[in-house]
Ligand binder design. Structure first.
Ligand code: RRO
Length: 305
């Protein structure tokens, strides 16, 4: 099965990528998988300045998924450019860099700083982190605010680097957000970020997370993510979709492809299995072959036809 796909114009040998936030900058997975064989390492969202994030505890497991309130912990763009991106480039791994900010200008400056950086395949514009200081900072919850960020990033970014907008499931109509950011210049869409949730400890009778609410990931959100991919592909069939949300095996990934995703990210599943990204690639290839597909491309959106 021909598993090649593309993010924008850039061809990649595998449609299976890491998901932002779950494998840092790839270093943690390097002992377990060949980072050059996966589609790309999607990095943890980077901001202009280094941040320590929200108070701990900031991860909580539930029977159906994981809740996090990390709060954008990270090295900042200077650290990313000095250490993490050279580390990936030296190994020949492709980086899809997630960028985040609180102002439109922050996003534009980050895109500017990443122009022409070796190994940087493209940008994932994180306008949907649920763990920000105010809901007003979740640009993806408002089509106009979301488009302003995407337009600024597209204008500032390297023309050779595709710009994907990462959308939030916490909206009433994800298709209108998808349409707005696409019209603003997004080359593709990443769906979905985590779903806003809460866990209370019955013993302490208080919220488990230091940040109170958090983003829910893992199997619990898979049908929500799949529904988002389906609705957006139905409305905007020409727009490439990087699908994510609870994918842990090849048949999960297959569902996202059939719904319209031309690539997928594996996030929470790596915590149980650090080989998950490579394993999902093999299982997806086998699942496509077993269903008579000669290539991944033939299967993208098949469930709509
Ligand atoms: O760092 C986080 O708290 C975080 C981010 Br930036 C995000 O986009 N999604 C998420 O679940 N957590």
């Amino acid at each position: 099965v021909d598993m090649t796909t593309a993010l924008g114009a850039a061809p990649i040998p595998s449609p299976v990528l890491t998901a932002s936030g779950c494998s840092a900058f790839g270093q943690e997975l390097d002992p377990f998988i060949d980072l050059t064989a996966i589609g790309a390492v999607v990095t943890k969202s980077v901001q202009l300045r280094a941040r320590s994030g929200r108070p701990t505890p900031r991860m909580a497991e539930t029977p159906s998924g994981m809740l996090n309130s990390i709060g954008l912990q990270g090295p900042g763009i200077d650290g990313l450019l000095a250490d993490d991106l050279p580390w990936l480039a030296e190994r020949g791994a492709r980086a899809f860099v997630s960028i985040a900010g609180t102002r439109v200008e922050d996003f534009a400056e980050l895109a500017q700083r990443l122009r022409g950086v070796p190994g940087v395949l493209g940008l994932e514009v994180n306008i949907s982190c649920p763990n920000v200081e105010s809901r007003g900072e979740v640009f993806a919850c408002d089509p106009v605010a979301a488009s302003d960020v995407v337009a600024a990033v597209r204008a500032a970014a390297d023309p050779a680097q595709p710009v994907y907008a990462k959308l939030s499931p916490d909206v009433t109509d994800i298709v209108s957000v998808a349409r707005a950011v696409t019209e603003a210049g997004a080359d593709g869409l990443s769906m979905i970020n985590t779903l806003l949730g809460l866990v209370i400890d019955p013993d302490t009778m208080k919220p488990v997370l230091g940040g109170v609410t958090g983003g829910l990931s893992g199997p619990a959100i898979r049908p929500v993510a799949l529904r988002c991919v389906w609705q957006v592909h139905q409305a905007l069939p020409e727009v490439p979709i990087l699908g994510m949300g609870g994918i842990r095996d090849g048949l999960d990934a297959l569902q996202f492809v059939l719904a319209g995703a031309s690539a997928v990210s594996v996030g929470t599943a790596v915590f149980n299995d650090p080989t998950a990204v490579a394993r999902v690639h093999e299982e997806l290839a086998a699942a496509l072959a077993a269903r008579g597909f000669g290539s991944l491309r033939e299967a993208v959106g098949y469930a709509h036809r």
